[in-house]
Write a new protein. Structure first.
Length: 145
């Protein structure tokens, strides 16, 4: 996972360097301000999530883009398969509110979707069911990486 710009900027300050000029400090401040402004527009689902089976096996990774004034969008990757063209793709539908999160995506073809339906718990995770492309349901949980 990439480091936030603030962490990169702070780590650069730790190495031995000549004192920053006023122009350098202004540039650093601008970078940090831009990062803070971008973060302020992100919703709670923004970032990388992992869907796990009830046994704790990592099934899918999701990269979600959650803009406060826009729809949640994202991509999926099947963590049980080698990285190929067919082991990842875009999420077709994402519905989210305070009480539920549902994802629909297609693994093999556009006639049999994978459906994930989740509800939040007290620890910041989501718990629910995955219905695979064959119609089999299983218990799953979704959490941050």
């Amino acid at each position: 996972m990439a480091l936030p710009l603030a962490a990169v900027a702070q780590s650069l300050e730790l190495s031995a360097q000549p004192p920053l000029t006023a122009e350098d400090r202004a540039f650093d401040a601008k970078i940090l301000a831009d990062e803070a402004a971008a973060e302020a527009h992100k919703g709670p689902l923004d970032g990388v999530w992992t869907l796990k089976s009830a046994e704790g096996t990592a099934l899918y990774a999701f990269l979600l883009s959650d803009q406060i004034n826009g729809p949640v969008e994202g991509a999926w990757r099947d963590l049980r398969r080698n990285l190929t063209v067919t082991s990842s793709g875009f999420i077709a539908e994402i519905h989210h509110d305070d009480e539920a999160l549902s994802l629909r995506f297609y693994v093999r073809d556009e006639t049999h979707p994978v459906l994930v339906r989740l509800s939040p718990d007290d620890q910041g995770h989501w718990r629910g069911t995955l219905t695979d492309e064959t119609g089999q349901k299983s218990s799953v949980s979704l959490g941050r990486d």
